[in-house]
Design a protein around this ligand. Structure first.
Ligand code: ZN
Ligand code: ZN
Length: 367
């Protein structure tokens, strides 16, 4: 935190504000406080963000995660879900700033002991933490270069295809068709604020992503990596879609948690993002499971249950909720990325002019 404050000032910030949370405090609060008190949000919690976001000089946010993926294991999953839903709903006016790229925002991660122990269970704790630092620097391409340019070129090629839908199959049984929203546009690598400032919203970032049409996803999809939700792990899961809605689902571990997630609100059982990530990504090639969505979502193709990014339909950040819905964009208080890409995934795109174009063979780009 001290290093970030210094870097913030060196980059020209007028004020650098640090907000600190940790797993143990979160667990104590979630375990010991009443649900009604946990959901009784105080205005300052929202204002502490909006006061800066509404400032004519604007603001930037850097969120650094260092979580034990099972920090909340064993706690009441329903309570966690309801509390987080109430919090997200209360904080929505601030979330609109990041979802619409009105401010420069970035999510990154640094090791914490509980997390490092999960990634390197065979090592003594201090060695595991050192190893995780090295791994993060490696997979985030800290020392190598032109990855942003490569991803941008891919994004542009995807947009040039004018796709109507994509179709994904894998030997694990996945057979999924994702129809795209009206005027959907593929994004990737960097984003731009309304003022035209370029920024990178996720470190690492390997994905090229787009908006599904909320009524046009069909078929079955199997998860290919465990998914940490509200501090608990969902493993060996699958879902079946019919006309955009999840009509059947299951999991080998924490199936009830998946059910909670999908029933969070009226649109959390539809998807708001489809993202393509090759199995050749350095995160996947490291062979390590991070149990952290920021990393694992950049190791495999993924879909997100819930909200879509307005910027993934042309001019979407300037549209109202109703206009976005008319284009098939999903709206939810939730946005949860879950990994579906396999080593042998095959993906084809169907263009609006009827052509079929191969996009992925054996888990990697062929476009
Ligand atoms: Zn994504
Ligand atoms: Zn996402």
């Amino acid at each position: 935190a001290h290093a970030c404050v210094r870097a913030g000032y060196e980059a020209g910030a007028k004020t650098v504000v640090v907000r600190w949370e940790d797993d143990k405090l979160t667990r104590l609060n979630m375990e010991l406080a009443d649900e009604k008190d946990l959901t009784a949000m105080k205005p300052y919690e929202l204002r502490s963000y909006l006061d800066y976001a509404e400032d004519p000089d604007g603001c930037c946010t850097l969120a650094i995660h260092a979580e034990d993926p099972e920090a909340l294991a064993g706690l009441d999953a329903g309570k966690l879900n309801r509390v987080n839903l109430a919090r997200r709903t209360f904080m929505k006016p601030w979330q609109e700033y990041t979802m619409n790229d009105r401010v420069q925002w970035c999510v990154a991660a640094v090791p914490a002991p509980g997390w490092a122990a999960k990634v390197f269970p065979e090592l003594p704790l201090d060695e595991a933490v050192e190893k995780l630092w090295a791994l993060i620097f490696d997979v985030c391409r800290v020392s190598t270069g032109d990855h942003v340019a490569v991803t941008k070129a891919r994004r542009d090629r995807m947009n040039a295809l004018e796709l109507d839908r994509i179709h994904m199959t894998s030997s694990n049984g996945t057979d999924l068709t994702v129809g795209l929203a009206d005027d959907a546009t593929w994004e990737g690598a960097s984003s731009k604020t309304e003022d035209g400032i370029e920024f990178i919203a996720n470190v690492p970032t390997e994905e090229v992503f787009c908006a599904p049409h909320r009524e046009r996803t069909n078929g079955i999809v199997y998860g290919t990596k465990p998914y940490a939700y509200n501090g608990q792990l969902i493993e060996g899961w699958h879902v079946t879609f019919k006309d955009g809605v999840v009509v059947e689902h299951g999991a080998e571990k924490n199936a009830d948690l998946l059910a909670e997630l999908l029933s969070t609100d009226e649109n959390s059982n539809r998807i708001g993002e489809i993202a393509l990530v090759p199995a050749s990504s350095p995160i996947n090639r490291s062979g390590k499971l991070f149990y952290n969505t920021l990393f694992d979502e950049n190791a495999a193709c993924h879909i997100a249950f819930g909200d879509s990014y307005p910027g993934t339909t042309v001019g979407g950040t300037g549209l109202s909720k109703e206009e976005l819905a008319a284009r098939g964009m999903n709206h939810s208080s939730l946005h949860e990325d879950v990994m579906i890409g396999a080593e042998d995934s095959r993906i084809t795109g169907k263009c609006r002019d009827g052509r079929t174009v191969p996009l992925f063979e054996n888990g990697v780009w062929v476009l």
